[in-house]
Write a protein that binds this ligand. Sequence first.
Ligand SMILES: Cc1cc2nc3c(=O)[nH]c(=O)nc-3n(C[C@H](O)[C@H](O)[C@H](O)COP(=O)(O)O)c2cc1C
Length: 182
Amino acid sequence: MQTLDLNTAFTLIEPGPVVLISTNDGQRDNLMTVSWTMVLEFSGVFALCTGAWNHSFKALQATRECVIAIPTVDMIDQVVGIGMCSGADAGVDKFARFGLTRAPARHVQAPLVKQCLANIECRVTEFVAAQHIVVLQALVAYRDTARQETRTLHAVGDGSFVVDGHRFNRRAAMAGKLPPGE
Ligand SMILES: Cc1cc2nc3c(=O)[nH]c(=O)nc-3n(C[C@H](O)[C@H](O)[C@H](O)COP(=O)(O)O)c2cc1C
């Protein structure tokens, strides 16, 4: 084995799907791309890693709410494009620029993204400043059950992506650790 540059070690631990974070700062809707996410509880508690370097963070701080929208592989260029421009720039409406449709949320001002496989309305419960972690409590989640393409994107961190592949079923072996109703 060869020693790796520690700055590349995170790419060995592939995270969950790349998500879009939808916010509304009271005036405008915005979207950002986030690949650093984490599940904290079975009950819909999630964490994002983001901070003041993004325009979306200001909306997260001000409103303490957002929508996590889960795109699929056919949306890869929209996902990358959304993460490569800022809603802070004059005239940037990422929904219009990337051909995405808003759908009204029930509990938050930020819109759902209609083209996504799933959307989760969330409230911010905590900002962990030292690690730039935003903790979210899910309020309601939706899934487009009619969608043909369901494969999500996973960012390696070096500009390449992995797509969901074969699914292995070990549900019987894991039954004692799975939440009821799953
Ligand atoms: C594939 C991809 C993954 C990204 N993951 C993150 C992330 O985990 N956290 C973060 O703060 N920014 C991440 N970004 C960068 C933001 O999406 C980017 O800074 C965006 O311009 C922020 O938009 P805003 O300024 O309109 O909020 C990612 C970008 C791309 C393309």
